[in-house]
Design a protein around this ligand. Sequence first.
Ligand SMILES: Nc1ncnc2c1ncn2[C@@H]1O[C@H](COP(=O)(O)OP(=O)(O)O)[C@@H](O)[C@H]1O
Ligand SMILES: [Mg+2]
Length: 251
Amino acid sequence: MTPPVSINNLTVSFDGTPVLENVTFKTRPGELTVIVGRSGSGKSTLLRAVNRLNECFPGCSTTGEVQLALHDGQLDVYSATTCPEHLRARAGMVFQSPNILPVSIARNMLLPQKLVRNVTGRSAEEKMRHMLERVGLLEEVHDRLGAPAATLSGGQQQRLCLARALALEPEILLLDEPTASVDYRSARRIEELLLSLKNELPMLVVSHSLPQTQRLADRVLLIRKGRLVGEWHRGQANAEADFEKMLSTTF
Ligand SMILES: Nc1ncnc2c1ncn2[C@@H]1O[C@H](COP(=O)(O)OP(=O)(O)O)[C@@H](O)[C@H]1O
Ligand SMILES: [Mg+2]
């Protein structure tokens, strides 16, 4: 079984100071991987290493290897021939705060499909409705798709961001504390969606919540001060007791 995500000896430094050091892990197909750790431990940096978003910050340097199993084979993320823009089109990302575009709900869904996938017209509209339905938003917004996305609640905006990312048909999805700024109901809807997607789409999810990690994770990666200090997976012996032991000091 090819690991969907395989990271080997990853080190990321900002201005010469390492914030992630020698991180190595592999995920398995069908697993939802949750990354946990205290604030500042390097979780977001780890996610951004997968789609090379750290490179957008001056002073960042990355060494080590990130391999992704995509539909047409293995992608060596840091190979000289890998184009970061193409990589990011295939590795979707959802951020902690909803980053909606200052346009209508519909345009938020349609514009990226046109720009990234060159999908327009009826196909784009169908995809929009399908994904809005999938995130539980269509019922709430079907009669005001032309309204500014900014008029949605925080939880609705985050579900819109998720629908927008999914409409681009990512081959892996990176989610950085996707429910940190949303209401409880939206958070649970997002969790249900992630669980329903895990067999179709490899996901790395940073979580700030122990109960959420318990509900979602098939694999947990515990980061402390830039190092991977604990790894747990659902199938291991003593899974329940070890989960408690590993995470009791984290949240
Ligand atoms: N763009 C950046 N420039 C300099 N330092 C950064 C940058 N991004 C993150 N860091 C530093 O890297 C460390 C890890 O940050 P981050 O990955 O955001 O942690 P977490 O997501 O676990 O809260 C922190 O010390 C943070 O200050
Ligand atoms: Mg973070």
